[in-house]
Design a binder for this molecule. Sequence first.
Ligand code: S3P
Length: 432
Amino acid sequence: MSLTWKAARSSGLHGRFSVPGDKSISHRAIIFGALAEGRTQVSGFLEGEDTRATARIFGQLGVRIDTPDAQSRIIHGVGLHGLQANSAPLDCGNAGTGMRLLTGLLCAQTFDSVLIGDASLSQRPMARVIGKLEAMGARISAREGNYAPLHVHGGQRLKPVEIDTGVASAQVKSALLLAAMYAEGESLITEPRPTRDYTEAMLQSLGWPISYSPGRIRIHGGGRLQAGEIRIPGDISSAAFLITAALLIPDSDITLVNIGVNPRRTGLLQALRMMGGRIELFNEREQGGEPVADVRVRHSALKAIDLPEELVPDMIDECPIFFVAAALSDGITHARGLAELRVKESDRIASMVAGLRAMGAVVEETPDTVTITGGRLHGAEIQSHHDHRIAMSFAVAGQCASGETVLRDCDNVATSFPGFVDLAQSAGMILE
Ligand code: S3P
């Protein structure tokens, strides 16, 4: 399927909105709810294609998951050893999180499984999880050693490890944590830079023996997970498009309510504030152990920055929309430490550089850096490469460009942000 959007200049965003639930937490809610003993009630679940794919897979593995209403799930957990074999392939769709976390979980089961994904996911590197899991005793075969389909061979005895993830990746870390739950003894997992800690937090809140500080986790195998309630806040990665749009479009003033503001996710807010963005957090509170806030954003004149490299893991999914902000700021923005962007749903450096150049921006890239000279943008025809965050980034760029912007291949936006076009329109974006 190929979906085309058209965007044009907006005269301002206004109103109070909520965005769909956090994608990372939604995947984990399904996984840990399934492994818990008893009934886990989930609210704020992301009704996206990625997270629904994960839920469907657990259905295939014998877990009953009810949908009492949209954004809610009741998961009838089967316990750590209650999953059942399924000889049919388990389809993760577009979701790297689904596939990498499930690899960690399934390699510890007594049965074999096959994980498959869509064309994009089938090109994304899996050796980063396979190699580390093999060090624990797992057996996984992949196409060319690196790509889906993944044949995960069960029946292995996993041993605890002391291991570094090697790459700043919450997916790799989480795959190792899932496997470590089944190993006999204590594992120590470290990261080169701290990444989102939702897996650790959820394990702890469901009663698993785990202790952690940023970038360093000790976990015991062989515990039990108690079922509980999981309340999922709005996804800051989805809010990011509206936040950046409101900063860039003159006369805007919006408030986004109930947004997850875990410090491992708020790098974009820090970067935009450094650029002069007027972003205020209100009503800061804790919900299910996660910091949550309402975010007010007003139009601001933005200045270029040198993006501190240590912020990159905390805004890894927001780099594309950050590049749009840079292209419309005063001065030259430098960003480095971006290599991971090349292995996302598309090569996000290449996708953004090509699109911004088509809109008239001056942009330079190296394998892991981007330099953007701020200026004006004009409408153009843009290829989204079936990447949800590229499509939404250029939908925002189109609001600030002269003429019409035509966006090709926007079909995958529903993986993370169902209802984006309707919400964007009601806020004042010109998008159809
Ligand atoms: C995610 C981790 C990040 C992020 C992705 C979600 C997660 O991926 O880009 O959207 O839920 O753990 P990496 O671990 O590959 O950096």
